[in-house]
Write a new protein. Structure first.
Ligand SMILES: Nc1ncnc2c1ncn2[C@@H]1O[C@H](COP(=O)(O)OP(=O)(O)OP(=O)(O)O)[C@@H](O)[C@H]1O
Ligand SMILES: Nc1ncnc2c1ncn2[C@@H]1O[C@H](COP(=O)(O)OP(=O)(O)OP(=O)(O)O)[C@@H](O)[C@H]1O
Ligand SMILES: [Mg+2]
Ligand SMILES: [Mg+2]
Lengths: 275, 246, 301, 275, 246
């Protein structure tokens, strides 16, 4: 049984696969980001125009506030304080959380025993931990950073535990047969498999940490973006809140685009790109 | 350009296929590769390891569109394609039986598979997950999946490696049964020349990378006449025509 | 000179007086060295005092009583009698408490806010009205409640006094103040809602510091009572100008306590019963009476 | 070169691999959880004893408060309100977040364009979103739940995006060759691969949502655990805060042990257990 | 029990190995499996697909401890073990060269690998990632890894499938070179009888699952004398001894 030629004919789509990427191609990511940010501003300006309200200033207004705060030096002072807290808590939380998470994911017995503890710590409100930390350890930076880390660690644990559970045992077996040293195992066998989980935990982690730092600052610090945001909330000065928020977001964006994405692309270059 | 009602062959006409590796190395896998397989024919692709056979199959399966050139699949019949990949590629989270049934079109989903599983020696393994199979069993499960779909076009990438001789022999016969039951065009990659001589109507011999056709070797003899004696004659004439291949 | 560390809200009402105090060096004049530590929230100051990072905060007498009855030794020196009020729009048809029935009321500070409890008690006594049952009550953060009132989503709002003052400058009027309710419920005069709070122990160890501080703060308040120019100087930290600043100034001045502390303490004791009755154990804990020593004993002498 | 018999002799460790799991084996998980919780209580009682402070009551005190609140019915009323908000926001956030995340992970161009937006929304403080939601949509449930979902969605997106990036293309190719329908693809190819990411996003997701719900309730609701916690925080009644927290944690624990873990074990039974 | 200084053989004595599948099926893979390989000997394991060969190797490699019985590895030499798994098992995130070097002990890390890569036909592929290799190339990379470590004990699980005849032949010779360079005990799984006859000193024939030893076939002839003629004699005598196997 044959049918007339309705043609399952296919043509390849190869354009110029060979040769170095042209300078135009290299520009694409930069242009995309610029376009993306521009689109966002446009949307914002449009929305702010549509819902005119003191609670939702447009980009122009926020930009003015940003310039004013930057000129007075306040912006950099508070942003610096917050950023250093975020960075410290991030490092502490990621290291401790990853280690615990991988251990729990690897040892079923330990996991069974500690999993209620993880659920508990995961669900303790930030407020409780922060207040207890301040009361026990005094109103100081260490208590603040520790409290943030304790809040974040269970999240890292949960993500890394899934990562450890999903590890492919055949690579570990290969490493065992060829007697890889512990460092090689971590660097060449474990970490590359955990990379997507680390990336997920890092990205949502730094965001969560920054949000908790805001609360920590609100509850017991005299400087930092959290203090500024809350003070401006009392005055209902949304433009100032947004200005401080966006300053932080801008820093994150720069880190993401100049540091995280290139590193990530390098770390995952081995992946077969879906055709 | 095809006359109406004509039987459309599998026609391959790939001008070039170049991979760019992550580290920037350019690998030309195929170059001016063109051949045809008539409808209902069983053809074998024979070529050195790494020459571009799998790449060719991937292009024909529509899994790789980054090439220059064109190809055409045969028409008619159920129009279903089945493939046995070089690695079994079973869904690890589904049992052997689920893996096979999922690949079936809705109309065949509840088909009786007992006979097929029996011949393949998978009767007791239907409820196992792929990680619980030996590699040979996993390959057989992949074969079961391909055969069960009753395809019109069948692509096989070294289906019978990792099997002991007896099992492989049994499965070759099964393949021939499946292929001859309905008009099926089959293209099989193999490194095993005697396997190719036994199964195929035509052997397409490829050069080392970049792959292009070195020559064709037709086996016009019906399969039932391919006795050990005839096979060794065929072998000899193949070696004459392609000295140095295999 | 004795050192005093006080924790206050940045841009909060207390910081106005403290700024004046610092500006005019009343602290040095009274032999103390005042260190002002700014926080973003009132709760932060509570935590800071519990953590021992500061000596003094500003909070209300009910909190002090509750802490005392649970074994703490905090005590209070009156600072301000200004309290919240229910505000409605100028043109609103709501004229009395009774009109609040079935309306949507925003309440800042939560269900155990003192002003809210007093007004509930008043509504029940005078109008037989159970406000939480008959009206639609929305609790929320003070700035949000104010904004919602301006938007018109809420028919009436109960907010802290400085939010009320700002609302007043923006076309709202006072329906009933918590101090009116307090008086109606048995207080003989204005009772200080807020006071400077510190530990007895610290006060006993640093009596000069406390006295010096109270004197310096009184001088600052006197200046704020007398001088309108001082308010103009404060405008940037008050974050108000014109009509709004004037309203805030007037309300602030009204809120300066003028009665002997003993009278206030007696009234507070009376109000405690009213509050305990309506707020229940949740609010006051298990203590049936206001804890003795809630008002700093030294001031009662 | 041979060495004397320092014996690389190995013995197998097979005990009783055959036969049905005995009833004793089936009891192990229950016992472990009981032991785990008991250990936690012990640790807590011990710590509360060591740092005696009003800010850190022992388990006995908290248990009393819990009973009192339960008897008055308040506990169930507020817990119910909070749980329903958490559930609603969870469903909304997971569905929307997963879809967006998988799309971004699959389409590189879209990802490049929207990744700055994701960073932005990831880092907007909860306060800002909640206030804006209340201002625009009124002080009502829809605004509250929407605000929580908006806070959580970027986290889900980030995790699921990593999951989509880590997908093994060979399964998708197999599905394409065998013409799997869209539903089969999602159910049998996509979801099983995304399972660990879904599990990570769910677990830390529900915890994050509950924490944001607390803030939402604090800022503009009249019932719920958040309001209770805040009121008790103003009174500095830590025992009551812990009582409400633990009531929520208990609910989560029951869900985890009776629902999530069995489902998860069933979903991952295909995995080769590391020997 | 060993006399001091004695040469310790590879001794396997597995009473039973039972798998329990996730769905609760019990699979007895090995039952009373016992054999010995003398130190420096090259032995082949021959048995039907799914009989338990890979399971045996996994137990010997220490990857599976859930069995009853015992085994003993040969002593002496570098004491290093190398294995070629049935699937290549390369780290996908490391290049071919990195994969090979990572498996080397510290003392050999910077070893010159050019010759090895050349023979294996991987010279131009050192910087590729495993996903960019054909299956045959990946297998060769796995072989490179095993050979480069200069092991004292070598386990191979069907190392030469998926390779064309010529390449396979070249690699078999390479294997013999590596094996004879130093005292290496080798155990290789294969389905290819002529490969086994050409390479090994002893063939261990296994029964279908549950695996146990059906019999041994010794090939006492030095390898250089194994001409095509001798090989077909060996084949014949093997078939006589084990009728029905392969
Ligand atoms: N993504 C890729 N990037 C770079 N090179 C690639 C990629 N995929 C395949 N190649 C190269 O293309 C060539 C052909 O590969 P292919 O898989 O088609 O070989 P094959 O003929 O199937 O070999 P085998 O018999 O070993 O399976 C190989 O040299 C391989 O290294
Ligand atoms: N985890 C497991 N659970 C259940 N059965 C298993 C498991 N692992 C292996 N088996 C079974 O054990 C048997 C032996 O497996 P093994 O991999 O050793 O076979 P093999 O001899 O290497 O076969 P092949 O030649 O096909 O590679 C097979 O029937 C397989 O299904
Ligand atoms: Mg191939
Ligand atoms: Mg095997």
């Amino acid at each position: 049984m044959t049918t007339p030629d309705t043609g399952d004919r296919m043509r390849g789509a190869a354009a110029d696969m060979s040769g170095q990427p042209s300078p135009a191609t290299a520009l694409i990511p930069v242009l995309t980001v610029a376009l993306s940010l521009f689109g966002l501003c446009l949307l914002w300006a449009f929305a702010a125009n549509a819902w005119q309200s003191r609670a939702f200033p447009g980009p122009g207004k926020v930009w003015q506030v940003l310039l004013r705060e930057a000129a007075s030096g306040d912006l950099f002072y508070h942003l610096g304080a917050t950023l250093s807290r975020v960075a410290a808590a991030y490092v502490v939380a990621m290291v401790i959380g990853s280690v615990i998470g991988v251990l729990l994911g690897s040892y079923r017995g330990a996991d069974r025993f500690f999993s209620p503890w993880v659920i508990l710590f995961l669900n303790i409100p930030a407020l409780v931990v922060i207040v207890l930390a301040y009361i026990w350890f005094g109103l100081n930076e260490a208590a603040a950073i520790g409290a943030v880390a304790v809040n974040k660690i269970p999240n890292v644990v949960v993500t890394m535990r899934e990562g450890a559970r999903a590890l492919d045992p055949s690579y570990a077996e290969m490493a065992a047969v060829y007697r890889f040293g512990p460092l090689d195992r971590i660097r060449h066998v474990l970490l590359p498999q955990l990379q997507p989980y680390l990336a997920a935990a890092s990205r949502s982690g730094i965001a969560l940490i920054w949000k908790i730092v805001l609360v920590v600052e609100l509850l017991g610090r005299s400087n930092g973006v959290g203090v500024q945001i809350y003070v401006n909330f009392q005055l209902f000065d949304v433009a100032a809140i947004l200005a401080y928020t966006l300053a932080f977001v801008a820093v994150m964006l720069v880190i993401e685009l100049l540091l995280v994405q290139p590193v990530e692309q390098h770390a995952t270059r081995w992946r077969r790109r879906p055709a | 350009m095809q006359p109406v009602g004509a039987v459309v062959p599998l026609r391959v006409d790939i001008a070039e296929k170049i991979f760019r590796s992550a580290q920037g190395v350019s690998v030309t896998a195929l170059k001016d590769l063109s051949f045809e397989v008539r409808q209902g024919e069983f053809a074998c692709l024979l070529g050195p390891s790494g020459c571009g056979k799998t790449t060719t199959l991937r292009i024909l399966l529509g899994l790789d569109k980054q090439f220059s050139g064109s190809f055409q699949l045969p028409e008619g019949g159920s129009n279903r394609i089945a493939a046995v990949f070089q690695e079994p590629t079973l869904l690890p989270w589904r049992t052997v039986e689920q893996n096979v049934r999922l690949a079936l079109p809705k109309s065949l989903r509840t088909k009786d598979l007992d006979g097929l599983f029996d011949i393949l020696g998978l009767a007791g393994m239907r409820s196992l997950y792929p990680a619980e199979l030996s590699l040979g069993l996993a390959r057989r499960a992949a074969l079961a999946r391909a055969f069960a779909t009753e395809p019109a076009v069948l692509f096989l990438d070294e289906p019978f490696v990792s099997l002991d001789g007896r099992t492989a022999e049994r499965l070759r016969h099964l393949l021939l049964t499946v292929w001859s039951e309905r008009p099926t065009t089959a293209l099989m990659v193999t490194h095993n020349l005697s396997e190719a001589l036994m199964l195929s109507d035509r052997i397409i011999v490829l050069a080392p990378r970049p792959a292009h056709v070195l020559g064709l070797f037709d086996v016009p003899l019906p399969r039932q006449y391919r006795s050990p004696q005839v096979m060794s004659d065929l072998l000899r004439s193949f070696h004459q025509k392609f000295p140095g291949v295999t | 000179t004795a050192k005093v560390r006080i924790g206050v809200l940045k841009f909060g009402t207390v910081s106005w007086a403290l700024d004046t105090l610092k500006q005019h060096k009343f602290d040095a004049a009274n032999g103390i060295d005042l260190e002002i530590i700014y926080f973003a929230g009132e709760d932060a100051t509570n935590v800071a005092m519990l953590a021992g990072a500061i000596d003094m905060i500003v909070t209300d007498w009910l909190w002090v009583s509750r802490q005392r009855s649970e074994g703490s030794d905090v005590t209070l020196a009156p600072y301000s009698t200004a309290v919240g009020a229910i505000m409605v729009k100028q043109e609103s048809p709501i004229r009395t408490i009774a009109d609040l029935k079935g309306k949507k009321i925003g309440v800042a500070g939560g269900p155990l806010d003192k002003s809210w409890l007093l007004i509930q008690a008043l509504a029940r006594r005078d109008h037989g009205l159970d406000l939480p049952a008959t009206s639609d009550i929305v609790f929320g953060a003070p700035p949000l409640i104010s904004e919602k009132a301006i938007q018109g989503e809420l028919d009436a709002v109960l907010n802290f006094w400085h939010f009320c003052a700002r609302l007043e400058a923006n076309g709202f009027r006072r329906l009933v103040g918590a101090e009116d309710a307090a008086r109606a419920l048995g207080a003989s005069g204005a009772v200080s809602a807020l006071g400077y709070v510190f530990h007895d122990k610290w006060a006993n160890e640093n009596p000069d510091a406390v006295r010096g501080f109270l004197k310096a703060s009184a001088q600052a308040r006197d200046l704020l009572t007398r001088s309108d120019d001082e308010w103009l100087r404060l405008a940037p930290i008050v974050r108000a100008e014109g009509e709004e600043l004037a309203k805030l100034r007037d309300r602030y001045r009204e809120g300066i306590p003028r009665r002997p502390v003993a009278e206030e303490a007696a009234d507070a004791g009376r109000l405690y019963h009213v509050l305990a009755e309506i707020g229940g154990e949740k609010l006051v804990g298990s203590a049936p009476e206001m804890a003795p020593g809630t008002f700093w004993q030294e001031l009662l002498k």
